[in-house]
Design a protein around this ligand. Structure first.
Ligand code: GSH
Length: 199
């Protein structure tokens, strides 16, 4: 059975919880207090961060790497596209999410006003840029739910929590976000602390 070491408010861990619930197989989740990390976390992940996935002698870290492994190990429903061209496009999107948006999570959570304000503007601009996609299609890659939707959902959930305000042009993005938030696996994968982030 797979075991996920997961932070209860951590957007990266939430990504992995979503995939585990989408797959509907047996797994165990161990909640990690990121302010009081267990000593063995450093042994499992040299960066001493969550999420970490353990399955027998396999130990993985990095949310997107964990999620691709779960997707290949339990192929139904498949979250990475089967077609190599679409798969490559999906990986490029995942890379861009990290370098344009998720790289700002630390700053948004830093409690340092100036740093957080700069991060808010960058995230807002990146999200505004992708908003028009949803006037044409249901999900990030096409009309099918995919790993890209999993990867971005935790950030969309935290927009109010991070005090990121989007302009009116981003309305299609928020409609899309509601579609993601209403999925049964999304709801099941949320911790109590995450539920409390958004009214
Ligand atoms: N790129 C990593 C990021 C993981 C990450 O930032 N984890 C944070 C979550 S709060 C963490 O464990 N921080 C603990 C620390 O920095 O001490 C991923 O995708 O898994």
């Amino acid at each position: 059975m797979m075991t996920l070491y997961s932070g209860t408010t951590d957007p990266f861990s939430q990504r992995c919880r979503i995939v585990l619930y989408e797959k509907g197989m047996d797994f165990q989740i161990i909640d990690v207090d990121v302010f009081n990390k267990p000593e063995d976390l450093m042994i499992m992940n040299p960066y001493n961060m969550v999420p970490v996935l353990v399955e027998r002698d396999l130990v993985l870290y990095e949310s997107n790497i964990i999620n691709e492994y779960i997707d290949e190990r339990f192929p139904h429903p498949q979250l990475m596209p089967a077609d190599p061209v679409m798969r490559a496009r999906a990986r490029l999107f995942l890379h861009r999410f990290e370098s344009e948006m998720f790289c700002h999570i630390g700053a948004l959570e830093s409690g340092v006003q100036k740093t957080a304000d700069k991060a808010r503007l960058s995230v807002r601009d990146s999200l505004t840029q992708i908003a028009p996609i949803f006037a044409k299609q249901k999900f990030m890659l096409n009309d099918e739910y995919s790993m890209l939707d999993v990867a971005i959902a935790p950030l969309l959930w935290r927009l109010d929590y991070y005090d990121i305000q989007l302009a009116k042009e981003a309305a299609p993005l928020m409609k899309y976000a509601e579609r993601l938030f209403s999925r049964p696996a999304y709801i099941e994968a949320m911790t109590a602390a995450e539920k409390a982030m958004r009214k």
